[in-house]
Design a protein around this ligand. Structure first.
Ligand code: URA
Length: 180
């Protein structure tokens, strides 16, 4: 365990930097291997995550597990965090001021984990990580080299449920990662 990461998580538990601090049930810090070479970044906790305190434990998480097994990984091999640590009411989109208030936690997590690959799940995580407004469909599955890591944008696992083309593209990213 990384004691620095644990200390940060403990500090975050009392965070009230935006209004979501008042409506959350549980702050969802992140989970997985603190020494992971691959880090996944999602959007924000949903209802299940808000109740359970862990990322991707609902329906989208089941798709993520399929993705991981195709890439040859288990949850213990990777680290998962979200752009927002608290659930937006009714799963509405994260607001710019919420992302701004929360992003220092994610920056700390990336520094502590120092992954070789960051997989961004969905538009919000992709835009935040690439620092651009590019549409997810334009970058999905591509590999971007950052200073010390690769960034691989991917559709959000919740987006593939009803769209076969997205589903194929989503699982293709698992193969790209296995090769990387
Ligand atoms: N969707 C996300 O983006 N993150 C979660 O943790 C759960 C659902």
């Amino acid at each position: 365990m990384s004691s620095k990461l644990d200390a940060l998580e403990e500090q975050a538990q009392t965070c009230q930097a935006c209004d979501l601090g008042a409506t959350r049930t549980t702050l969802v810090w992140g989970s997985g291997n603190p020494n992971a070479q691959i880090m996944f970044i999602g959007e924000a906790p949903g209802r299940k995550e808000d109740e359970g305190g862990l990322p991707f434990i609902g329906a989208a998480g089941a798709h993520l597990d399929e993705f991981l097994s195709l890439a040859g990984f288990a949850r213990d091999d990777i680290y998962i965090a979200n752009v927002l640590k608290c659930r937006p009411p009714n799963n509405r989109d994260p607001q710019p001021h919420e992302i701004e208030a929360c992003e220092h936690w994610l920056i700390d997590q990336i520094h502590q984990i120092a992954p070789r690959i960051i997989v961004t799940l969905g538009a919000f995580a992709t835009r935040w990580t690439l620092g651009s407004d590019t549409a997810i469909s334009a970058v999905q599955g591509k590999v971007f080299k950052h200073d010390s890591y690769f960034i691989v944008p991917c559709y959000h696992p919740a987006a593939i449920i009803y769209d076969r083309t997205k589903s194929d593209a989503f699982f293709q990213v698992a193969r790209t990662i296995a090769k990387l």
